[in-house]
Design a protein around this ligand. Structure first.
Ligand code: HEC
Length: 174
């Protein structure tokens, strides 16, 4: 990767310091050909962009429950986890219910995705009987990561209509 090479190369050449416009990232790069200095603005941009992807969450907006998490739960989870079909003694229709008391303990531990069954069940091997969703294809990794990030950020789940999920009764398509 670009920035890795730029950091690790310690051979002969001119030294160049790249400072991102935000001022957060310093890159010390050695370049072999002085003419490359002409590319400094581009190199800066590339270095900043690639560092930006290495530092998730840095400037990213927090995960939005209503836009990003609710659709996943609504599509793939609430059909089995609602007041009528209460599998695993878990109801995911509202925040209060999802955080409600269960014998097996809470499924969401805000800020601790690694202790939250709501996330962990998505990462279990498919053969595990606790791997979720219990039927159908697995949740794509990027969506599981969203749930992970949402929990890490505090698992903000609004009360009221915005946070309420109605089970979808077998529509065509999905
Ligand atoms: C087809 C039905 C079905 C679907 C869909 C489903 N579940 Fe489950 N879920 C179950 C059953 C059955 C259990 C009880 C499993 C057990 O404890 O053996 C369960 C249990 C759980 C538990 C509790 C595990 C524990 O250790 O107590 C969590 C958390 C969970 N499901 C999350 C989810 C999530 C998140 C989704 C959506 C991605 C989902 N489930 C989709 C059927 C389903």
């Amino acid at each position: 990767m670009m920035q890795a090479r730029a950091r690790r190369s310690n051979r002969e050449g001119d030294k160049m310091r790249i400072v991102c416009p935000k001022g957060k990232i310093d890159v010390h790069a050695r370049i072999k050909d002085a003419s490359i200095t002409n590319m400094k603005p581009i190199a800066t941009l590339v270095a900043c962009l690639s560092f930006a992807t290495l530092l998730p969450a840095a400037g990213d907006p927090p995960v939005d429950f209503v836009k990003q998490i609710k659709p996943i739960l609504a599509d793939r989870c609430v059909e089995c986890h609602n007041s009528e079909t209460l599998l695993g003694e878990l109801n995911l229709q509202t925040r209060a219910l999802a955080f409600g008391k269960r014998k097996a303990g809470p499924v969401i531990v805000p800020k601790h995705a690694d202790k939250s069954m709501l996330y962990l069940v998505l990462t279990l091997p498919p053969k595990d009987k606790k791997a979720m969703p219990a039927t159908g294809h697995r949740i794509p990794k990027d969506e599981a990561n969203l749930i992970r990030q949402w929990i890490t950020e505090g698992a903000d789940w609004p009360e009221g209509k915005d946070g309420a999920i109605t089970p979808q009764h077998k529509k065509s398509g999905k």
